[in-house]
Design a protein around this ligand. Structure first.
Ligand SMILES: *Cc1c(COP(=O)(O)O)cnc(C)c1O
Length: 225
């Protein structure tokens, strides 16, 4: 089933968004077992994203096909050490403290870490990230950190069926992305859209989508087994 799901998804995702940018598909692999992830990679997935450091570590060596590895979940600073040099893109840079610590530890390890700044587009209390009001100021501070390379923005949108609201937040996120991209030639990713809303997000200018359920089916969480 996973192979079919990946093939169908990759056919459905347009090669380019309305801005003429290539759309990158990242498989969100939280709770998935290694064989399932390897099947998705064999079917054409090239980038995978984990939410939990423990899962990232446990599965790291057993994953085949050399995908690019992303981290897409809340990252505690005391766990940065497990990802250093192994994570190709930290999508969820959601607070200044994390950026500062990631830069410090990256410098000490002799690496530069690629990050996206996370926007909490719906201003939801349950989600991390910078507000639209904070994002430019956060960028200005994080840009000064020596061992980070900011490559764009990752947006968390609210879970809602209200397409009008989603569209307006997605367009607002694209506008913030464009404002920063105009100042910074390293900007190349706007990561926005999950299984339920990626089409809308790509129409609004996303060029990176993070898809779990559409590839792997509904998640089974360990405590619900
Ligand atoms: C789980 C997750 C996704 C994928 O969600 P689906 O609805 O299963 O596609 C995308 N982004 C983040 C940050 C996630 O945690």
């Amino acid at each position: 089933m996973i192979t079919e799901n990946v093939e169908k998804l990759l056919k459905e995702v347009p090669e380019k968004n309305p801005f003429g940018e290539r759309v990158t598909v990242v498989a969100a692999v939280k709770t998935q077992e290694v064989p399932a992830i390897n099947e998705a990679i064999a079917a054409g997935i090239r980038e995978i994203g984990d939410n939990h450091v423990q899962e990232f570590r446990d599965k790291y060596a057993a994953i085949e096909g050399a995908p690019r590895r992303h981290f897409i979940g809340h990252l505690q600073t005391n766990k940065i050490k497990y990802l250093l040099g192994k994570c190709d893109l930290y999508q969820s840079c959601d607070r200044l403290e994390l950026a500062e610590d990631l830069s410090k530890k990256s410098a000490a390890a002799g690496v530069v870490s690629n990050v996206l700044l996370q926007i909490n587009a719906g201003n939801e209390e349950t989600k991390g990230g910078f507000s639209f009001e904070e994002i430019i100021g956060a960028y200005e501070k994080i840009k000064l950190l020596p061992a980070l390379k900011i490559e764009g923005i990752m947006a968390m949108l609210p879970f809602t069926d209200d397409d009008k609201l989603l569209r307006s937040l997605a367009l607002k996120t694209r506008a913030a992305y464009d404002e920063l991209r105009a100042k910074d030639g390293n900007f190349r990713y706007l990561s926005m859209g999950m299984s339920g809303d990626w089409k809308l997000c790509v129409e609004c200018g996303s060029n990176m989508i993070r898809v779990g359920t559409t590839i792997f089916g509904p998640r089974v969480y360990p405590n619900a087994k």
